[in-house]
Design a protein around this ligand. Structure first.
Ligand code: MG
Length: 396
């Protein structure tokens, strides 16, 4: 029997983080040991999980919440680390060599710790697609320099990884997309979408940000950029097809025209475990996929009704810091929508307003470049939203 793997989960109390914790607890300590768990503010859930999984440390990124937990439980085991600096220095920095870091934080906040883990030479199992959208060039270059691997956890990219297997020459990657809760809706009907409606995804249970992204199809746009960086593929070789049943998780068309797909129930436990075990496969309990009597359908994306996908493609093709600006604009827009401050269709208006600005298209070599554009794009997005609140209509 091989040595157990050591694992850190960033974003342990979120949707993917909890799934990863379940998978690790199912695998047991002979197969996987939890070194550390990181959460933003949910300290009670974090502490319970840390105790249950026998973690060496738990880290809280919000200083106030972290101090509360430290006052209550500090000095015991798991050790309590407060704030990113301590988490990176004593958590990620002192993890056993070969530790795998599950990046399950949502949004731009995941970028810095992902870079630090890669710099230390640790493999990152990445569910945090915003990190690759905002800084794909920097993140992949950092991994190459230290020899660490970036392994996808996103279900589509996990499917692509599984189909590609022994790196075979391919023609196209075909990402599947459920179409979200509003597939087939008109623009007129979309005007009245509320946060509660957008948060009811037909196939997947996920956190609020990605669920809203799935409803606008921005999620698929972010995933196209993610695939570009993970697999080093030009944008014109990444296709998207609507597949409402979410059974085919993505496909690869090889140079001889053969197409391989990965199928399964929509359940994040599989992509999480594949990322942990890759290139091996480990047993995972669950119902077998029964295709008898089941219809699997495919249709084109309605890009006129859901322009977010093409906005993301445009940003990706423009390159440089355009994807970072796109990501920042989208994060601001989604937060405002969830807050009830912005309409559903106005989210794409925010992204357009930001992409209308010129952004640098040269090489992206430092975190500072990305952070500066992220901040500037958020300011442009907020200014646009403030103007609309003052009466300028957000969508034409
Ligand atoms: Mg996905």
């Amino acid at each position: 029997m091989s040595q157990p793997i050591s694992v850190i989960i960033l974003g342990a109390t979120g949707s993917v983080g909890r799934t990863a914790a379940d998978v690790l607890s199912e695998l047991g300590p002979d197969k996987a040991r939890v070194d550390g768990l990181v959460a933003h503010r949910q300290v009670d859930a974090l502490w319970a999980l840390g105790r249950k999984l026998g973690a060496r440390w738990v880290g809280v990124t919000d200083p106030e919440a972290g101090r509360r937990l430290f006052d209550r439980e500090g000095g015991g085991r798991p050790a309590v680390l407060v704030g990113w600096e301590a988490i990176v220095a004593q958590g990620i920095g002192e993890a056993p060599p070969g530790t795998k870091v599950v990046g399950a934080i949502t949004g731009f906040a995941g970028l810095w710790p992902t870079l630090r883990a890669l710099e230390r030479g640790l493999d990152v199992l990445l569910a945090n697609k915003e990190t690759l959208v905002a800084a794909g060039e920097l993140v992949t270059a950092t991994a190459r320099r230290s020899g660490s691997r970036l392994v996808p956890v996103d279900s589509e990219h996990s499917a692509l990884l599984q189909c590609l297997g022994l790196a075979q020459p391919f023609r196209r990657l075909i990402l599947t997309c459920s179409g979200g809760p509003f597939r087939g809706w008109s623009r007129k009907a979309l005007e009245r979408v509320t946060p509660a409606m957008a948060l009811a995804h037909p196939n997947w249970r996920m956190g609020p940000k990605i669920t809203v992204d799935s409803a606008t199809l921005m999620n698929k746009g972010l995933e196209v950029i993610e695939a570009h960086w993970l697999f080093g593929v030009p944008y014109d070789q990444i296709a998207v097809v609507i597949h409402p049943q979410s059974i085919v998780h993505s496909m690869v068309e090889f140079v001889d025209g053969a197409v391989m797909a990965q199928l399964g129930w929509p359940d994040m436990r599989l992509p999480v475990q594949v990322a942990l075990s890759w290139p091996e496969r480990w047993p995972l309990e669950g119902p077998s996929l029964d295709l008898v009597g089941r219809q699997l359908t495919f249709e084109a994306v309605d890009e006129g009704t859901f322009p977010a996908l093409s906005l993301a493609r445009q940003a990706g093709e423009a390159g440089g810091l355009y994807p970072a600006a796109l990501n920042a604009a989208n994060e601001e827009a989604v937060a405002a929508f969830l807050d009830g401050r912005l309409g559903f269709l106005a989210m794409e208006g925010v992204v357009r307003a930001v992409l209308d600005r010129p952004w640098p298209t040269g090489p992206v070599e430092t975190l500072e470049q990305v952070v500066a554009v992220d901040a500037e794009a958020r300011a442009v997005a907020r200014a646009a939203m403030a103007r609309w609140e003052a009466g300028t209509p957000p969508v034409g």
